[in-house]
Design a protein around this ligand. Structure first.
Ligand code: NDP
Ligand code: MG
Length: 389
C-alpha cells in the first residue's frame, strides 16, 4: 500500500479537474478519500462513481436528494451543507487539495489544518481574509501547506533548496491578463465573456476576472506575505506576459533563482501531489527556443487599480484584506451577472474599504462578521450605483 490518500475540496472546478486528471493518469499513486462541490451535482456523482471515495459532500443543501439518489447502490456516504464540507476535510487522509473558490473555502481548509493535514492550497482567498489566524492554526497543529498557486509554488520550490534567510525580495510574475494592452478608457465596455478568456491560463470564472483586473496578483501578494518569511515591502510584482517564469527569488548576494514551465496548472499541482518527490505530467515541456522572447514590464497601478488596492490593504493590515476580499467577491459576481461594468469592480472595492472599520479580527468568528458586513456594504454600493444610472 504505497499510495497517498487525498481529499479534494472543490473537485468539480478547474483545479479539481486538473488534480483528478493527474490522479486518473497515476492510479497506483493515489486513493481518493473525499470529494466536494457546491451545486454541480451531476458532475460530482460522476466523479464519485469513477474514484469511489469514502465520502462526498455538496454545500448547497437543495442538491442533497439528487446527490443521495445519484450515489444509491454505491455504498459511498454523503452529506450536504457547509458542515459537510468540514466533515470532508476532517476525514483522515494524507493530503487535502483545498480548491474551493472564495472565502467559502476558509472553514473546510481550517478544519484540515486543525487535524494537522498536509494541505495543497489553491484557495488563496482563505489566506487573504484570515492569513494570520490560519497560519497560527497551521503551526499550532503541525499542519503543512504546499502552495498550488503557480507563483507561490515556484517560490516554494526555490526556497526548498536555498537559504530562506538571505532573501532580498520575492518577485511575483503576472501575465497582465487579457487587457494588458487595452486602453483604460475602454474598460467600461468589457464583457464577462471577454474577461474570462485568459490569454495563457484556463481557469474558473472568478479567478479569470481577478486576473483581468489584476486583483489576482494583489491577492497573491497577500498570499505570499503569509506563506513566506518576508516583509510586505519585500514583495514585488513584474508583468511577464508569456507566463513562463512563474516567480523569482532575489538573494542578498545578487543571485536570482526562478522556476520556469509551460502555463499548465498540472505542473504546480503535480509538484504538491508528489511532494517531496516528483511525478510525470502530460504538460508540454518548455521549449525556450520555440518561444524565443521573454518580456517584462512594470505593472501599471493607475490602470489596474485593484492591484494597488490589494497592496495598500496589506500595508494597512487589520481588517483591510478581509474587507477587500469580500467586496471583490461581491463585485466580481455582480460583473459576471452583468449588474455592474468591469471598471466598477475597483470602485466597489475602494468604496467598501472606505466605509469599513479596519480593526483587526481577533478570532475567526470575527473574520466572518467582517466578511459578512463588507459583503452587505458592497451590495448596497452596487444598488446605489445602479440607482444613479
Ligand atoms: P472554479 O470556479 O473552477 O471551481 C470552484 C470549486 O469550488 C468548484 O468545485 C465549486 O463547486 C466549488 N464552490 C464554489 N462555490 C462554493 C461554495 N460557496 N462553497 C463550497 N464550494 C464552492 O475555481 P478554480 O478551480 O479556478 O479556483 C479554485 C481556487 O483555486 C480559487 O481560490 C482560485 O483563486 C485558486 N486558483 C486557481 C487557479 C486556476 O488555474 N484555476 C490557479 C491558482 C489558484 P461547483 O462546481 O458545484 O460550483
Ligand atoms: Mg497564480
Amino acid at each position: 500500500m504505497n499510495y497517498k490518500t487525498i481529499s479534494i475540496l472543490g473537485a468539480t472546478g478547474s483545479i479539481g479537474h486538473s488534480t483528478l486528471d493527474l490522479i486518473r493518469r497515476n492510479p497506483d499513486m493515489f486513493k481518493v478519500t473525499a470529494l466536494t462541490a457546491h451545486s454541480s451535482v451531476k458532475k460530482l456523482v460522476a466523479l464519485a462513481k469513477e474514484f469511489m471515495p469514502d465520502f462526498v459532500a455538496i454545500s448547497d443543501p437543495s442538491c442533497f436528494t439528487a446527490l443521495k439518489d445519484g450515489l444509491n447502490g454505491t455504498g459511498i456516504k454523503c452529506g450536504a451543507g457547509e458542515s459537510a464540507l468540514v466533515d470532508a476535510a476532517e476525514i483522515p487522509s494524507d493530503m487535502v487539495m483545498a480548491a474551493i473558490v472564495g472565502a467559502a473555502g476558509l472553514m473546510p481548509t481550517l478544519a484540515a489544518a486543525r487535524r494537522g493535514a498536509t494541505i495543497a492550497l489553491a484557495n488563496k482567498e482563505c489566506l487573504v481574509c484570515a492569513g494570520d489566524l490560519m497560519m497560527e492554526e497551521v503551526h499550532k497543529h503541525h499542519a503543512r501547506i504546499l502552495p498550488v498557486d503557480s507563483e507561490h509554488n515556484a517560490i516554494f520550490q526555490v526556497l526548498e533548496t536555498h537559504a530562506e534567510k538571505a532573501i532580498r525580495r520575492i518577485v511575483l510574475t503576472a501575465s497582465g491578463g487579457p487587457f494588458l494592452g487595452l486602453c483604460q478608457s475602454r474598460f467600461n465596455a468589457i464583457t464577462p465573456a471577454e474577461a474570462v478568456a485568459h490569454p495563457n491560463w484556463d481557469m474558473g470564472a472568478k479567478i479569470s476576472v481577478d486576473s483581468a483586473t489584476m486583483m489576482n496578483k494583489g491577492l497573491e501578494v497577500i498570499e505570499a506575505f503569509h506563506l513566506f518569511p518576508i516583509e510586505a515591502t519585500q514583495i514585488d510584482v513584474l508583468v511577464h506576459p508569456q507566463s513562463v517564469i512563474h516567480s523569482m527569488v532575489d538573494y542578498v548576494d545578487g543571485s536570482t533563482l526562478a522556476q520556469l514551465g509551460s502555463p499548465d496548472m498540472r505542473i504546480p499541482i503535480a509538484s504538491c501531489l508528489a511532494w517531496p518527490e516528483r511525478m510525470p505530467t502530460p504538460a508540454t515541456p518548455l521549449d525556450l527556443a520555440q518561444i524565443g522572447t521573454l518580456t517584462f514590464e512594470q505593472p501599471d497601478y493607475e490602470k489596474f487599480r485593484c492591484l494597488k488596492l490589494a497592496r495598500d490593504a496589506l500595508l494597512t493590515g487589520g481588517a483591510a484584506p478581509a474587507v477587500l476580499n469580500a467586496a471583490n467577491e461581491v463585485a466580481v459576481e455582480a460583473f459576471l451577472k452583468e449588474n455592474i461594468n468591469f471598471d466598477a469592480i475597483p470602485a466597489v472595492v475602494e468604496q467598501t474599504l472606505a466605509k469599513s472599520d479596519m480593526k483587526a479580527p481577533q478570532s475567526l468568528a470575527n473574520v466572518f462578521e467582517i466578511d459578512q458586513e463588507a459583503r452587505r456594504t458592497a451590495q448596497a454600493l452596487i444598488v446605489s450605483m445602479n440607482d444613479m444610472e
